[in-house]
Design a protein around this ligand. Structure first.
Ligand SMILES: *[C@@H]1O[C@H](CO)[C@@H](O)[C@H](O)[C@H]1NC(C)=O
Ligand SMILES: *[C@@H]1O[C@H](CO)[C@@H](O)[C@H](O)[C@H]1NC(C)=O
Ligand SMILES: *[C@@H]1O[C@H](CO)[C@@H](O)[C@H](O)[C@H]1NC(C)=O
Ligand SMILES: *[C@@H]1O[C@H](CO)[C@@H](O)[C@H](O)[C@H]1NC(C)=O
Ligand SMILES: *[C@@H]1O[C@H](CO)[C@@H](O)[C@H](O)[C@H]1NC(C)=O
Ligand SMILES: *[C@@H]1O[C@H](CO)[C@@H](O)[C@H](O)[C@H]1NC(C)=O
Length: 576
């Protein structure tokens, strides 16, 4: 198990030991000191049905107990946990429900898979062996393409094939989309790919696939076409089609537009909760999430719509300017579509506009709370339209998450299942993994400031040197494998000696997935009112970590490469 825990035992911090760049952590230190105490929380994946074949029953309820003192947040630069991390697949039933070659041949029997659409076109009265362009709607071509995909991509399981669309103008190719999961996936959820297939027709009128294009080349099959349902070939138990079951599908078009209130009546009969001010601005992402989920939890407890501020301030530890950066959007980092569709939230600018329009006329009342010690339980009786919690300027009493401390802890559970990672970022992850055919091993090499600080991490620099890596990895990773190196070492040529043994890959090898011609760039720019969005430090860490976590073998820095502790000398956890 690698150790991306939300909590770590706090290090025996001695300020004089902190490296220069770790100075920013000192700000977090008073924050961290404050959180010392018993922190217990439970995650309930409430949206998931018991008969969900992808989930172990035991993971429906995941408990995290940080039982004793010294519990604090990560204030380092690792990626934050989100709800999707806690969903683990049931690989037995998962593999059983994937589409196989047998399913495709058995299609006419109709026993194994649901199939309609293309098959209904009884017009296929024998192939017409003309010289014209290939007719991609031909069922036989569809079957040939599906078979070719299953045979070619042996490290993924297929759950759905969309009916092919016409490919290039030469009339010799067809585009097809599909939904898949990597074999032995460690996370629940699906991915979508669409590729261009070059098709050949032989003189006896049989078809064959000559080649399959790269990741996302089948652009004409990308969008779900508005044909009748069933223009696809689908695994019978495709888990996403189970009632009540929600899993992320990476690669489907994201619609994270802001929710709107349809009418005055609807608005004025609503009940709202808003948090205003507070010390979380520009803190670490973990701190932000810990606080934000407290607010969402309180709103759910009170049956109120949470009025939220989608604008985020990015902490300087993630920014290239080295300064805190205002004006980031929640949707750059998290899946707002999932939050919006599974909880009741409103954007604050829309809210205030409506409030100002109708508050007087409809006599909407505001209930102001300025003391975090007033518990949510005490607010349950409040009937006013809006409860506003106002937080002052004095840290740490102005942290939102303080609302969820004390006796509230046992009443309000943070709804982690509402918070998923941005699917736009996960699409980049999917792109990287797909280019390695989902068949790679991964190593996480932490260097940077930690490697320079020999007081807290005495062996890290040597243990992560290329020579040491070659020695350590030789028993763990076979020669010639694709090796993804997730690292904060800015100069990747540092790892050149590994190239003799492995095919090495780094995040920056895939820059085209977020550069100016990428889908990510165009979509985030649109989201950001036409202003381009930087692929910032937090996104880099996020994507790097997620690619690492999808490797077949995962070698962590701490515990695997070095005996130094993650948070400095003498901080290794004694229990798992
Ligand atoms: C996985 O799912 C199968 C079929 O639904 C079930 O029989 C099996 O017990 C599950 N395995 C685990 C570990 O939950
Ligand atoms: C927690 O901190 C106290 C004092 O700061 C120390 O004595 C104790 O060993 C620490 N416990 C752990 C588990 O690190
Ligand atoms: C249809 O099913 C039967 C028995 O279930 C099997 O013998 C036959 O081969 C199947 N047909 C095709 C085309 O797969
Ligand atoms: C048609 O020709 C291809 C090779 O050109 C051959 O592989 C295939 O078996 C033939 N199909 C039939 C039905 O004769
Ligand atoms: C996006 O979702 C919202 C809310 O569900 C819906 O009203 C809107 O029509 C959708 N937009 C598109 C382009 O699908
Ligand atoms: C919220 O709604 C649920 C179900 O409608 C109800 O049981 C609960 O008492 C409500 N909570 C508050 C604080 O009003």
């Amino acid at each position: 198990m690698q150790s991306r825990s939300l909590f770590t035992r706090s290090a025996s911090f001695r300020p004089e030991n902190l490296g220069q760049n770790a100075l920013q952590l000192i700000g977090n230190l008073c924050f961290a000191l404050f959180v010392i105490g018993v922190l217990a929380f439970t995650i309930i994946a409430a949206t998931y049905q018991p008969d969900d074949p992808l989930l172990h029953p035991s993971t429906k309820l995941t408990s995290f107990l940080v039982s004793t003192s010294n519990a604090t947040f990560h204030s380092d630069d690792s990626a934050s946990h989100t709800g999707d991390d806690f969903l683990t697949p049931n690989s037995t039933s998962d593999a059983a429900s994937a589409i196989t070659l047998i399913d495709i041949s058995a299609q006419t029997n109709g026993s194994v898979v649901e199939f309609s659409g293309a098959g209904d076109e009884a017009a296929d009265s024998g192939p017409s062996c003309s010289d014209g362009p290939i007719d991609c709607s031909d069922t036989e071509i569809f079957h040939t393409m599906m078979r070719a995909a299953i045979e070619m991509f042996r490290d993924v399981h297929f759950y759905r094939f969309g009916k092919p669309a016409q490919g290039g103008d030469d009339g010799k190719s067809c585009d097809m989309a599909w939904r898949f999961r990597p074999k032995d996936a460690k996370r629940v959820g699906f991915y979508k790919d669409y590729r261009r297939f070059e098709i050949a027709r032989s003189t006896n009128c049989s078809y064959s696939v000559v080649s399959i294009g790269d990741y996302h080349t089948g652009v004409n099959a990308r969008k779900k076409r508005k044909t009748s349902k069933g223009s696809e070939f689908k695994a019978k138990h495709a888990a996403d089609s189970l009632p009540g079951m929600v899993v992320p599908v990476v690669g489907e078009i994201v619609n994270d537009s802001l929710p709107v209130v349809e009418s005055e009546g609807k608005f004025s009969s609503g009940k709202y909760l808003i948090y205003v001010g507070g010390g979380e601005r520009c803190q670490s992402m973990n701190h932000y999430l810990w606080s934000f989920l407290c607010a969402v939890g309180e709103a759910q407890y009170l049956n109120r719509t949470l009025v939220m501020d989608l604008s985020i301030c990015l902490n300087s530890m993630y920014s290239s300017s080295g300064q805190h950066e205002e004006g980031k959007d929640f949707r750059f980092y998290f899946d707002f579509e999932h939050l919006r569709d599974s909880a009741s939230v409103l954007d604050q600018s829309q809210f205030w506009e409506d409030w100002n329009k109708w508050q007087k006329k409809d006599k909407l009342k505001l209930y102001l709370v300025e003391d975090f010690k007033i518990t949510p339980m005490k607010l349950a009786e409040v009937n006013d339209a809006l409860i506003m919690r106002k937080f002052g300027a004095v840290e740490p009493d102005n942290y939102w998450y303080r609302v969820c401390e004390g006796e509230t802890e046992s009443v309000i559970q943070r709804p982690w299942h509402l918070l998923w990672k941005s699917r736009r970022l996960l699409e980049i992850v999917s792109g990287i993994a797909s280019r390695m055919n989902w068949d790679y091993d991964a190593v996480h090499v932490v260097r940077g400031e930690k490697a320079k600080n020999t007081e807290l991490w005495p062996n890290l620099a040597t243990d992560t040197s290329p020579d040491a890596l070659i020695t350590t990895l030789q028993d763990k990773i076979d020669d010639g494998r694709h090796l993804y190196i997730a690292t904060n070492e800015p100069d990747t040529s540092f790892f050149d000696p590994l190239k003799d043994k492995y095919k090495t890959h780094f995040l920056d090898d895939y820059k085209d997935l977020w550069d100016e011609n990428s889908e990510w760039y165009l979509e985030t720019k649109k989201l950001n009112n036409g202003v381009d969005v930087e692929f910032d430090g937090y996104m880099r860490i996020e994507v790097d970590t997620e690619v690492f976590l999808r490797g077949k073998k995962q070698i962590e820095t701490f515990y695997d490469l070095t005996s130094d502790c993650k948070d400095g000398i003498n901080t290794c956890r004694t229990t798992a």
